[in-house]
Design a protein around this ligand. Structure first.
Ligand code: NI
Length: 136
């Protein structure tokens, strides 16, 4: 018995987040988490040694700065930050994003900042799909 996963609206969940730069896990598949976040301003320069990081912009615009260039993402755009490459997400105005990351991925990779959010916090409110119906 494997209950069906719920239908989710990543954009609505992201829009409901109260804090910026506070990713939340909304789903899991294999060894990855799907997360949403509400962004404004800049996070921090960092890299993820062993994990790629997928961004999809759900609303607004997001710039990913690299050391030698930057890329600009608009609504509906998808971009994968390759493992080991230094990057810094910048949202001049508020934007909503969906992320797919391996479960081992740390929020700000190889650096620790006042914004760094532990995976335990990112999992707050997450209901695993394996949860039995009626279980509370
Ligand atoms: Ni990153």
């Amino acid at each position: 018995e494997n209950p069906l996963n719920p239908v989710l609206s990543p954009r609505n969940i992201a829009a409901s987040l109260r804090e910026y730069w506070s990713p939340r896990v909304i789903a899991e598949l294999d060894d990855s988490y799907v997360k949403v976040a509400r962004l404004k301003g800049t996070l921090a320069w960092h890299s993820h040694e062993d994990e790629d990081e997928l961004f999809v912009v759900l609303r607004g615009r997001l710039r990913i700065e690299y050391r030698d260039e930057h890329i600009d993402l608009g609504e509906g755009d998808l971009h994968v930050v390759p493992r080991g490459v230094e990057h810094n997400p910048v949202a001049q105005d508020e934007c909503l994003v969906m992320l797919i990351e391996r479960k081992s991925t740390l929020h700000t990779g190889n650096v620790e900042t006042e914004r760094t959010m532990a995976i335990s916090e990112q999992l707050k409110d997450f209901m695993p799909s394996t949860r039995e119906p009626g279980e509370d």
